[in-house]
Design a protein around this ligand. Structure first.
Ligand code: QVT
Ligand code: ZN
Length: 333
């Protein structure tokens, strides 16, 4: 890039009424990175070799030729949002018997990579959008495996060990169309979010903002997702969303964003930026030693356990809210 010309411009970002600060960007050799990780704070790690082979080789053409010819998991959406839902919670005994109405916002299909790429290339306004989200397992072609083993595992394993994370559970490959959006949610895993091709805007909020982001009930298929539509926030239903304060980064090829466990994140591929490719590294959290004061994400984990326990004994999801209200209102408020 000549001078300080950015590879993208603000017109490629969707407009939200949010109070956001920049996530720091640090060179991968900078020891301050470990301070951020230790304090469960996001940081963009730059210039690393973590997924360098992929940055160098994983063009769409290369991926089409090498990703393997078995079906790949692709989500299909009638709009630009790809809100995750847990299929098991749609039909589970408790929520379903009580008529929890749920219409999946996307559908999951198996698609050959050549069909996926063809639909991306031929997409026009009004068509359904698609988003490949696939675990990088042995079903991929040999060239991809060769590239994968050349990731800088010393670096990521070093961070995993230093910060006492649990085991690596998966590396997911994401191939998105420009403008695709993953609405705000949190995961119960530590995440190195490695951008390979194209640019993605990542908007993050700490677990302490739980009250401003109104997660669905734990038994709901959209568990861990925010109920707030960032593009049309309903401030009557979600008044505290007005106070939300977040952090953002636009990550490009070679950037690796550390998304701390339980941190909310909303992710979108830039408008008019072409398809994007990302590989994430999900790690189980470390052993949670109860040191006081508890960390915010530990409190979120406790609220989850309370909801699960109440549902288990009450059986009917419609009884959980009234019982919690009767416990709190007038007594703890
Ligand atoms: C699930 C897709 C999302 C990534 C994400 O949420 C994560 O890695 O946890 C994205 O990049 O659109
Ligand atoms: Zn996520």
């Amino acid at each position: 890039m000549d001078g300080d010309k950015k590879p993208w411009d603000p017109s490629q970002l969707r407009k939200y009424d949010l109070n956001l600060e920049e996530i720091p960007r640090l060179h991968y050799k900078d020891p301050k990175i470990d301070e951020y990780i230790k304090e469960n704070k996001p940081v963009v790690i730059t210039e690393s070799n973590i997924v360098k082979p992929a940055v160098q080789r994983w063009s769409l053409e290369y991926l089409e030729r090498n990703l393997g010819h078995s079906g790949h998991t692709v989500f299909v959406s009638r709009n630009h949002k790809f809100k995750y839902y847990d299929e098991k919670k749609i039909y589970n005994r408790v929520s379903n018997t009580k008529g929890v109405e749920f219409t999946p916002p996307t559908r999951k299909v198996e698609m050959r990579i050549e069909d996926f790429m063809k639909r991306v290339k031929e997409w026009k306004k009004g068509d359904e959008r698609i988003y490949l989200q696939q675990s990088l397992t042995t079903t991929v072609g040999n060239n991809i495996v060769e590239d994968f083993v050349k990731f800088d595992w010393d670096y990521v394993n070093g961070k995993q060990t230093k910060h006492n994370w649990g085991p690596l559970t998966s590396n997911l490959l994401f191939i998105a169309m420009e403008g695709n959006q993953t609405p705000c949610h949190y995961d119960e895993q530590e995440n190195f979010f490695a951008q390979v091709q194209g640019y993605k805007r990542c908007i993050l909020f700490p677990p302490s903002q739980f009250e401003c982001l109104y997660p669905y009930p734990v038994h709901h298929p959209h568990d861990r997702q925010s109920m707030v539509d960032f593009e049309r926030p309903d401030y009557n239903k979600f008044p505290k969303f007005k106070n939300v304060k977040g952090w953002e980064a636009v990550v490009g090829p070679g950037d690796v964003l550390y998304i701390p466990i339980y941190w909310w994140h909303h992710i979108e591929s830039l408008l008019r930026g072409g398809p994007t490719v990302t590989v994430n590294f999900w790690y189980k959290g470390g052993p949670s030693t109860l040191e006081y004061p508890l960390k915010d994400h530990q409190k979120v984990s406790i609220t989850r356990n309370v909801e699960k326990m109440l549902l288990e004994v009450l059986q009917d999801p419609k009884e959980v809210g009234p019982l919690l209200r009767s416990m709190v209102l007038g007594r703890y408020t």
